[in-house]
Write a protein that binds this ligand. Structure first.
Ligand SMILES: [Zn+2]
Length: 70
């Protein structure tokens, strides 16, 4: 979440800018908005981990096939 005032990148779910203190969200939107955003980040991280596992298995199978074919 980038601060509109100073351009500092703040962690997701942050309500005020850690650099200048400008409000990034207002009122209930801040409370309601913080939860899905963190949930989203958690899901992105999980997907990324799955992707890494799939990539790792693909590389391992590729190496194994390379050895078997030779
Ligand atoms: Zn700021």
């Amino acid at each position: 979440m980038r601060c509109p005032q100073c351009g500092t990148e703040n962690p997701p779910g942050k309500i005020v800018c850690r650099n200048c203190g400008t409000r990034l969200r207002t009122g209930m939107a801040a409370v309601l908005g913080a939860i899905p955003e963190e949930e989203l980040m958690r899901r992105v991280r999980q997907d990324l981990r799955k992707l890494l596992i799939v990539a790792g298995v693909t590389v391992a199978v590729g190496i194994l096939l390379g050895i078997l074919i030779r």
